[in-house]
Design a protein. Structure first.
Length: 400
């Protein structure tokens, strides 16, 4: 890390204590929260394929969620004390989500065991597709809205109307609606106190992350011109970012912005060249959206040669990839998947990234695995490029 970035980072940690720095362990303790999002996506996909909701692997998914919880804590402990992690809001939220999801899924798993011999494995019905659409919407909402702010009452009413309007309902539809109705009712009332607590003025955390970036204005001598060039490129990055916004997000303030006009320029001379060919380096503190949009932000900035040096005052960040295998002439699906993961880990280590752990969805385990990495921020762009080259899908950057 350059000396100027280090000095700027230390300065921001002092003058912007409330908004700039986060703890390193927080990147890793978001694992259970986002595994919960994936579980909703996986259930939606399972139902879309006309599988009965009572064929879903509830027990195995719960077991894997607890493994993610344990692995997240284990990795976080590499960066902070047990006391700081165990007493943090992140630990409270992880415990709540994991316990809540367990209490939600275990009854459905038990009911599935009882009904398994009597109900068909498939359920190609209109109501089934509406339930799948709800879980897809729920998973999408969780990427931008905390679970305790979800509109459970309204969605329960909409599903009730959908159930009553459907013709040719099956017994699976009836059991599905009854269990989902009770589940949404319980979620609503359990979420109310959490929503109240997190919306207190002292507990509100904006869904943004501050980063330090560096840009080299090659051949530019005047600091004023270098700063203007940087602002122009940032505007282009924001234009590129708009291509990733959904219809619901377009009206929101999701641009990357300069914080408090904190843009600094530093001229660097190359003794082996003439002064006219020297460069001016621009450093800035930017505010970016969190969650799913952070990845396109990083890529849009990189396309404009604006490079991230610090994320929330930290040097490491967790990155999640999905690796998919397919059969070929030389190897089966499982062998190819294992080989792709090994290759991905090797390429990650070449950028100083550390492979952490993997897990599947217990439905497509032989063809699909989720892999998590501890990545140095200064090599984040390089690591993402390596993942792209290996055909891995970068799903999420856990930006605190």
């Amino acid at each position: 890390m350059g000396r100027y970035v280090k000095r700027l980072d230390e300065k921001l940690k002092t003058i912007a204590k409330a908004s700039y720095p986060r703890y390193q362990y927080q990147s890793f303790m978001t694992g259970p929260e986002w595994r919960n999002v994936e579980m909703a996506e996986e259930l939606a996909a399972f139902l879309r394929e006309n599988n009965s909701i009572f064929q879903f692997p509830y027990f195995r998914q719960v077991a894997d969620l607890w493994r993610v919880f344990y692995n997240s804590y284990s990795v976080a402990r590499e960066y902070d004390s047990a006391w700081n992690i165990l007493t943090s809001e992140y630990m409270v939220m992880d415990i709540f989500i994991t316990l809540f999801t367990t209490l939600e899924m275990i009854p459905k798993g038990l009911i599935s065991l009882i009904l398994y011999p009597f109900l068909k494995k498939d359920n190609n019905s209109e109501m089934q597709q509406k339930v799948a659409a709800y879980f897809e919407s729920y998973a999408q909402d969780l990427q931008t809205i905390p679970f305790y702010d979800h509109h459970y009452k309204e969605n329960r009413a909409a599903l009730a109307e959908a159930y009553n309007s459907c013709e040719n309902k099956t017994w699976v539809d009836w059991f599905t609606w009854k269990s989902l109705s009770i589940e949404l009712w319980a979620r609503r009332w359990i979420s109310k106190p959490l929503s109240y607590w997190f919306h207190q003025d002292t507990n509100i955390v904006e869904p943004v992350t501050d980063i330090i970036v560096k840009y080299r204005a090659e051949g530019v001598n005047r600091k004023k011109d270098a700063k203007a060039q940087f602002r122009d490129l940032l505007a282009q990055a924001n234009g590129q970012l708009k291509d990733h916004l959904s219809d619901d997000e377009i009206g929101q303030d999701l641009e990357v912005s300069i914080v408090d006009n904190e843009v600094y320029a530093r001229k660097k001379m190359d003794n082996s060249q003439e002064q006219e060919s020297s460069s001016t380096y621009v450093y800035a503190r930017l505010r970016t959206p969190r969650y799913a949009l952070f990845q396109p932000v990083i890529r849009a900035l990189a396309d404009q040669e604006i490079h991230v040096k610090k994320i929330a005052g930290q040097d490491r960040v967790q990155v999640k990839c999905v690796v998919t295998g397919s059969a070929d002439e030389d190897a089966g699906v499982e062998e190819q998947l294992e080989h792709k993961i090994e290759t991905l880990n090797t390429r990650a280590r070449a950028t100083d990234a550390t492979p952490l752990y993997t897990y599947g969805d217990r439905i497509h385990d032989k063809t699909r695995q989720v892999c998590l990495f501890d990545v140095p921020v200064m090599k984040l762009e390089e690591t993402l490029d390596e993942f792209d080259e290996q055909g891995a899908e970068v799903r999420f950057i856990h930006n605190f």
